[in-house]
Ligand binder design. Structure first.
Ligand SMILES: NC(=O)c1ccc[n+]([C@@H]2O[C@H](COP(=O)([O-])OP(=O)(O)OC[C@H]3O[C@@H](n4cnc5c(N)ncnc54)[C@H](OP(=O)(O)O)[C@@H]3O)[C@@H](O)[C@H]2O)c1
Length: 298
């Protein structure tokens, strides 16, 4: 497994990590500890050391499953979690970004993860007007001073087309940006990646498989189970995106290469990307995604 340095944090992370929104139960199935144990063991065996989770993938549920099953030594992993959303029920959450919310959510995350520090604490996709909520970044830096957080991150909203939040990273103490970047969503190339480069920030590319659409498994007209986020939240441009995937598979994919591996390698060929964090539903997906690091230049 290749590693890259996460910008100015100096942390060495595997270029393929594991996204764990799935463990919260909003992707068409629920997870037990044994499912997550198998996924994380496969990740470790493939040389993956980077996990992305959040306070609201279930009510600290994804974090709890990770805390219960993390293999090996805590210090061998780079764990990124988030604050800023309050989970009420599947597909129901609201923003909670004040300093007291941060402190309470971080304590919840540390307890669930069974650790006394997280490597990266990311603001969870807050709108631009909440990015500067009074006292929020001061509280985040205080948590860092107390040793509960090694580095601050910002998981910018999907709708960010300009670098408003990213440009202010140095000012507020953020060292890592998480952003949506994949073959179907290249918006960050215009302003966001240049800002990341100027400040030497780490960049974690989320949704690198376009929510699984870039796996090639789904055709236009496909519907997902009623309790799958792709049926609940992500259905607006679904057929258009799936048609685009068919076109890409026919015109850009080298013969014999699995589309999912190609899609991850496509993201990694951008030198500004430190790592991709594909969501993985089982150990086979972890292994397939880890293999994308071996694809090399495409
Ligand atoms: N606001 C935020 O901060 C935010 C938002 C979104 C995501 N994230 C983070 O980013 C991570 C990744 O994003 P995502 O999970 O939304 O989207 P994604 O990584 O683009 O897609 C994940 C889905 O792709 C499918 N898949 C994964 N590996 C595959 C493989 N090798 N072959 C075929 N299908 C495969 C799986 O679904 P099926 O097998 O069911 O198709 C999986 O649930 C999340 O888990 C989360 O940690 C953060």
């Amino acid at each position: 497994m290749q590693q890259r340095i996460l910008g100015r944090t100096g942390l060495a992370v595997s270029v393929v990590g594991v996204g764990t929104w799935q463990f919260g139960g909003e992707w068409g199935r629920t997870y037990a500890a044994d499912d997550v144990r198998a996924i994380l063991a496969a990740a470790r065996d493939c040389g993956i050391n980077l996990i992305d989770t959040a306070e609201c993938y279930g009510d600290h549920l994804s974090e709890r499953l990770i805390g219960e099953t993390l293999p090996g030594r805590r210090e061998d992993w780079v764990i990124a979690t988030k604050w800023g959303h309050r989970f009420h029920a599947c597909f129901k959450r609201d923003a909670a970004v004040g300093p007291a919310d941060l402190v309470a959510q971080l304590e919840g995350s540390l307890k669930a993860l069974r650790t006394d520090y997280v490597d990266i604490l990311q603001l969870h996709s807050a709108a631009d007007d909440l990015f500067a909520a009074p006292g929020m970044w001061e509280a985040a830096r205080e948590a860092q001073r107390q040793g509960k957080v090694r580095f601050l991150g910002n998981s910018i909203p999907t709708a960010s087309t300009h670098a408003f939040q990213v440009d202010r990273s140095t000012e507020v103490g953020v060292d890592v940006i998480q952003l949506v970047y994949n073959r179907l969503h290249r918006v960050p190339e215009a302003e966001i990646f240049p800002s990341i480069a100027r400040q030497n920030l780490g960049a974690l590319a989320r949704v690198p498989l376009a929510s699984g659409f870039l796996s090639g498994k789904y055709r236009p007209g496909h519907t997902f189970p009623a309790h799958d986020v792709r049926e609940v939240w992500k259905n607006a441009r679904r057929d258009e995106m799936l048609a685009e995937v068919e076109r890409i598979a026919a015109t850009e994919l080298p013969p014999g290469m699995p589309l999912a591996a190609w899609a991850l390698a496509w993201v990694l060929k951008n030198p500004q990307v430190t790592a991709v964090i594909p969501g993985c539903k089982d150990a086979d997906q972890v292994r397939a995604n880890a293999a994308a690091a071996l694809v090399g230049q495409i």
